[in-house]
Ligand binder design. Structure first.
Ligand SMILES: NC(=O)C1=CN([C@@H]2O[C@H](COP(=O)(O)OP(=O)(O)OC[C@H]3O[C@@H](n4cnc5c(N)ncnc54)[C@H](O)[C@@H]3O)[C@@H](O)[C@H]2O)C=CC1
Ligand SMILES: Nc1nc(=O)c2c([nH]1)NC[C@@H]1CN(c3ccc(C(=O)N[C@@H](CCC(=O)O)C(=O)O)cc3)CN21
Length: 280
């Protein structure tokens, strides 16, 4: 038995630049140094992302800026972004993801083309996060996903950097743990942060699942504990987190933590964690 409190220790969460006002309200309720990932969406610009990361640091939390490889239009844009983060001290940990654009908007078609370029430590990056897909990806073959995971992990380790894997959100703890065991079987020992949505409106949750290519609404409903015939209301990660906590075997799955996607707001996730820890 792993225990929910252990699993939730050092949880991380994710914000978009637009969540900045809410971050300012919520920061003080989060444990000091909690990692807050800052997305790299097409709807934000560099100034928004930098301001969000700075606010995370100013709030006593640990910023983890994202870089979406396919959205980076040139090496200069990447160097400017990393340089600006370094100047404000928010560069130590980053997360590099391929990105949703079907065609790369610049020279980087995948996360490895940035990680393997060696540019990250030149700007003071010490830890690199990468994505993982316990339930696969609608547009990328399993073979390509596994090759990418192995190559990115090796590049991180070869450069003497720390690394972490954050998984695409999932509602299936069996799939997550089977996948984690396979990761360990490949000799990849990086900590795995299991992505899961914090509490959110059910319709909104289903919308994000569709948009991000995750699961069908029926499996999602079954695993997450709501009824597809009643989409009114909110669903929370209670069942998922409890199932995960009771099924983890550190000997087989290694270092497993939780990463919350805050589709229902930062405050809702922060409140859920506080309440949940008070009841276990
Ligand atoms: N897990 C998360 O939090 C997020 C996931 N994504 C999704 O994850 C995808 C892959 O990112 P990584 O795991 O970093 O893979 P990656 O960059 O390591 O690439 C793995 C393989 O997939 C291909 N690939 C990458 N992006 C693609 C795309 N949009 N369409 C078709 N093929 C693609 C690459 O060429 C490579 O062969 C993104 O494209 C996006 O759909 C996007 C943002 C956040
Ligand atoms: N395929 C894929 N693409 C992604 O971009 C992505 C994933 N998967 N997996 C999970 C994370 C979570 N992501 C997101 C994306 C959007 C919002 C969001 O709140 N969007 C607002 C608009 C915010 C804005 O434009 O800045 C919305 O209301 O849709 C949150 C998390 C991005 N991520």
């Amino acid at each position: 038995m792993h225990g929910t409190a252990t699993l939730l220790d050092d949880f991380s969460l994710e914000m978009t630049a637009r969540d900045l006002p809410q971050l300012l309200e919520t920061a003080a309720t989060l444990p000091t140094d909690t990692r807050v990932n800052v997305t790299y969406l097409g709807t934000e610009d560099a100034a928004d992302r930098l301001a969000a990361a700075k606010a995370v640091a100013d709030g006593g939390l640990t910023p983890v800026p994202h870089i979406s490889a396919r959205r980076v239009t040139s090496p200069e844009v990447l160097a400017d972004f990393l340089g600006a983060h370094q100047a404000q001290g928010t560069q130590e940990k980053v997360f590099v993801i391929g990105g949703d654009p079907r065609e790369p908007q610049g020279p980087y078609s995948d996360a490895l083309s940035i990680i393997g370029s060696g540019i990250l430590p030149e700007f003071g990056v010490r830890e690199v996060g990468i994505g993982g897909y316990p339930e696969g990806h609608p547009d990328i073959s399993d073979a390509a996903l596994w090759a990418a995971l192995a190559d990115k992990s090796a590049s991180i380790v070869d450069q003497g950097l720390d690394g972490t894997i954050i998984t695409q959100f999932s509602f299936d703890t069996d799939a997550v743990l089977a996948w984690a065991e396979r990761v360990r079987g490949l000799g990849i020992e990086l900590p795995i942060r299991v992505g899961v949505p914090g509490p959110a409106g059910i319709k909104r949750l289903l919308g994000f699942a569709r948009r991000c290519g995750v699961g069908s609404s029926t499996t999602l409903a079954r695993k997450y504990g709501f009824s597809v015939t009643n989409l009114v209301g909110t669903a929370g990660p209670d069942r998922f987190v409890e199932d995960l906590a009771s099924s983890i075997d550190p000997g087989r799955h290694g270092d497993i933590r939780v990463h919350f996607f805050t589709f229902g707001g930062l405050d809702a996730t922060a409140g859920w964690v506080q309440n949940h820890l008070a009841t276990v």
